[in-house]
Design a protein around this ligand. Structure first.
Ligand SMILES: Cc1cc2nc3c(=O)[nH]c(=O)nc-3n(C[C@H](O)[C@H](O)[C@H](O)COP(=O)(O)O)c2cc1C
Length: 325
């Protein structure tokens, strides 16, 4: 199959920083905002392979992208190699940059299906899934793993080797066990060990929130490609800021005016994407992040959470921006 060499892909070059897959967050508007602020690539929210194969409309919509987005990977989850291969074929038809396989989701609903992080206990099945997907599509296939189910069942080296052997182009490691969910700190030493064990690129994910943590993760792990998840909540500019910081400048401080404009831009894009009602509800989870560190944030957040229309949201944000000029 005519697959482009991974290291020749611009977004896969050393130094690339991407938006991690984030269920409930990494939808087209959020991704576009991150691209506008310098993300090199992004990954969709996780998409159910079975749902895609069944033809579910809501699932199918997760594959859509907005004009202006950069390279996007479609992340699939499931436990059946045949369904994942078929889902990858369906996804490939929409022209994504790559297909990413989810072997890390710790959520019970996913685990119960034997998918996500449950697969870290069955490297044989990981290998069959990756092999089936690699054979099914002419795109780079990547996989995102955790350190293992638990400390006693560490499996990232074995899983990484199986993925490389199956023909994956890169492996992302979020170095926490399933039992840790998102708590504690990511163990970056696992990334260093995996990088030493594989010849395909290892993409680092976990606890990068600014230039300092970016420099540290690169220094400790030797990984050349990094994904940022929670660090981009309320700070879509983190990608460009890190790059500017590396180039010798300092990380720019974003004035409140710019933060306010970014919330409004996201809210408007969400409205165009999902309709007003859903946009107003789904935007609520973003406010806490955008307002972090702002005096009076709690009151503004409460008012924003109570808003029923985008017009009301914009009025509150306008007030906030004016008050703190
Ligand atoms: C709200 C939320 C949703 C997430 N959804 C996904 C997902 O759909 N697929 C996935 O592989 N990882 C998912 N993750 C994990 C992140 O991609 C990332 O690996 C993890 O949060 C650690 O990186 P961070 O510290 O930069 O957030 C999610 C994390 C969070 C906080």
């Amino acid at each position: 199959m005519n697959r482009p060499p991974f290291r020749d892909i611009p977004w896969a070059r050393p130094g690339a920083i991407g938006l991690a897959p984030l269920a409930g967050y990494s939808d087209p508007p959020m991704r576009l905002l991150c691209f506008e602020y310098g993300a090199d690539f992004a990954v969709t929210e996780m998409v159910s392979a079975e749902g895609l194969v069944r033809g579910g409309e809501a699932t199918r919509r997760l594959l859509d992208r907005l004009p202006g987005e950069g390279p996007v990977g479609v992340q699939l989850f499931g436990a059946d190699p045949g369904a994942l291969a078929e889902a990858a074929r369906i996804a490939a038809e929409t022209g994504p940059g790559f297909i990413d396989l989810n072997f890390g989701c710790p959520v019970r609903k996913v685990i119960r299906q034997g998918a996500g992080a449950a697969l870290m206990r069955d490297v044989g099945l990981i290998s069959r899934i990756a092999g089936a997907v690699v054979a099914a599509v002419p795109l780079p296939v990547t996989a995102k793993i955790r350190s293992g189910w638990s400390e006693a069942e560490e499996a990232f080296i074995e899983a990484g080797r199986a993925l490389e052997e199956a023909g994956c182009s890169a492996v992302t490691l979020h170095p926490r066990y399933r039992t840790q969910q998102f708590g504690g700190t990511a163990d970056w030493s696992h990334l260093a060990r995996l990088r030493a064990a594989l010849s395909i690129p290892v993409i680092a994910s976990g606890d990068v929130t600014d230039l300092g943590s970016y420099r540290r993760i690169i220094g400790i792990t030797g990984c050349e490609i990094v994904m940022i998840g929670r660090g981009a909540f309320g700070r879509p500019w983190i990608f460009g800021d890190i790059r500017e910081g590396l180039a010798g400048g300092v990380e720019p401080l974003r004035p409140l005016r710019e933060r306010a404009a970014a919330i409004v831009r996201l809210a408007r894009m969400e409205r165009a994407w999902k309709g007003e009602r859903q946009a107003v509800v789904e935007m609520r989870k973003h406010y806490r992040w955008f307002l972090r560190g702002i005096p009076g944030a709690r009151d503004y957040r409460a008012r924003l959470a109570g808003a029923e229309t985008l017009g009301e949201v914009e009025a509150v944000i306008g007030e906030l921006a004016a008050e703190t000029e």
